[in-house]
Design a protein around this ligand. Structure first.
Ligand SMILES: *Cc1c(COP(=O)(O)O)cnc(C)c1O
Length: 392
């Protein structure tokens, strides 16, 4: 994938977009505007539109402009969490009687929001595998389906969706395509350039990248393909201000600081993941490795077409069933046993008992001998040695 030639490169924009040196002091880094309110020059005389920090805050604006630029969108919005951003998309744009199609292996919190919150307010949903465009098409209810939700790669099985193909299916049906780009990050994949209308991130993960802040971002495309939703950005802005789940100034600042190094971090995450995959494939007690960079991965060709590289998330299955998988995740010393992903430190977890415990017994259930890795940016020899030690 190449950047558009008329624009500066990704890292240049990550470091500079929305982040001009302060005109008054020359400060190179955007300030943390830890303020709730702003002095007005006479009643209604707002300086640069700042009135109250739920509605807008300059530190948040810097982050919103930067992430919108990196995703090639028209407008960005920063939220207190990824789920607050998802809520703004779903409740800002859908209403009673509407229907959405969501992935069978959606992030658990996304599924909970759809099944337990949206459903109660009269928004129905169907599930389809993201790797099967025809299955998604089959779940569309003409005139009623207003949104197709994708994650790619998916969590924790690393399924791949063909964003461009599914954008066409969505738009033919008059539905919006929303892509959760958390696993790839804007460095590896840009859904808007592939036809998506809206991109959402848990910036808690790769965008922030240091496991020190929870946040979310929504980016709206310059052109919305569904006329009914031409004002999608205004509706999301309205919802953001009305519900108030905004990113605070300190959290915005931390996220923006992380974003500056996204490209170099992602390259190292990818290098390390490739080495870890090679190690896992060399072991006879590993029965299956999920990584879109492998030729044998069913989504490999699509991933190669739409991603710059294949990311830092890996999952695998082991001989010995659930107990062995639990023993391994409990025996690493360097890999930290924990949920979340996308930080500089490597994490290991057992999806069946941890991140995906709540979907046991549903269509979203994951294999009990599955282990998920978020490969960090430590020295990869140390990461491989620790896995070897833990696997015995
Ligand atoms: C973590 C995550 C979310 C939710 O984000 P929060 O910041 O935890 O609210 C959504 N989608 C994916 C793919 C995630 O990994």
């Amino acid at each position: 994938m190449t950047d558009q030639t008329s624009r500066q490169g990704f890292s240049t924009r990550a470091i500079h977009a929305g982040q001009e040196p302060d005109p008054r002091t020359g400060a190179v880094v955007p300030a943390i505007y830890q303020t709730s309110t702003y002095k007005q020059d006479g009643v209604g005389g707002f300086r640069e539109g700042y009135e109250y920090s739920r509605s807008a805050n300059p530190t948040r604006t810097a982050l919103e402009e930067c992430i919108a630029d990196l995703e090639s969108g028209a407008r960005g919005f920063a939220f207190a969490s990824g789920l607050a951003g998802e809520d703004a998309i779903m409740r800002g744009l859908l209403g009673p009687g509407d229907h959405m199609v969501v992935p069978t292996d959606a992030y658990g919190g996304t599924y909970r929001l759809v099944a337990k919150v949206q459903q109660r307010w009269g928004v129905d949903h169907s599930l389809a595998k993201v790797s099967q465009p025809d299955a998604i098409r089959g779940e569309i209810r003409p005139g009623v389906t207003k949104m197709i939700w994708l994650e790619t790669p998916t969590n924790p099985l690393l399924g791949i969706a063909d964003i461009a193909a599914i954008a066409e299916i969505a738009h033919e049906a008059g539905a919006l395509l929303v892509v959760d780009n958390t696993f790839a990050s804007p460095y590896l994949q840009q859904p808007i350039a592939l036809g998506a209308d809206i991109v959402v991130h848990s910036t808690t993960k790769y965008v922030g990248g240091h496991s020190d802040v929870v946040g979310g971002a929504v980016v709206v495309a310059p052109q919305i393909a569904v006329p009914e939703y031409a004002d999608a950005a205004e509706r999301i802005a309205f919802h953001q201000n009305s519900m108030g789940g905004v990113a605070g100034p300190m959290d915005s600042w931390l996220t923006l600081r992380g974003l500056k190094t996204l490209a170099v971090r992602m390259e190292r995450h990818c290098d390390n993941a490739e080495r870890v995959v090679e190690f896992l494939r060399s072991r006879s007690d590993v029965t299956h490795v999920n990584y879109p960079g492998l030729d044998s991965h069913p989504g490999h060709d699509v991933a190669a077409k739409q991603m710059r590289r294949f990311g830092g998330m890996v999952s695998f299955q082991v001989e010995g069933g659930e107990q062995r998988a639990l023993d391994i995740v409990g025996s690493t010393k360097l890999w930290i046993l924990g949920e979340s992903l996308g930080g500089v430190e490597s994490l290991i977890e057992h999806p069946g008992r941890m991140t995906h415990a709540s979907v046991a017994g549903t269509e979203l259930e994951v294999p009990s001998d599955l282990i998920r890795l978020s490969v960090g940016i430590e020295d990869v020899d140390d990461l491989v040695a620790d896995l070897e030690q833990a696997m015995g």
